[in-house]
Unconditional design. Sequence first.
Length: 114
Amino acid sequence: MDWEVRYYRTPLGREPVAEFVDLLPESDTAKVFRTIGLLSHKGVLLKEPYTRRIAGKMRELRISCDRREVRILYFPFARRTLLLLHAFIKKTNKTPRREIEIGVGRMNDAINNQ
């Protein structure tokens, strides 16, 4: 049974991950959606190299595109539901603290406003 994958929605109704993916080149977008589909199929059982734990319950979906490394931060939100929190292009070896802070903030917002 597949997992439901949902986009985090800001208080103003924006979906930052969906907006980020829409701005990617078409070939990258296709790869991102294939990897999100794999996440939906495997859920929390999806392991490296596709996903890695970042902080607490939060994980990163790791997508290697032609000339960029796309990362999507997510966490198991509710029963068989994964919430995509934040997406960015990774440019350094270590995940930038600011990107993690954005993901943690959105995760806390989602938990507090269920």
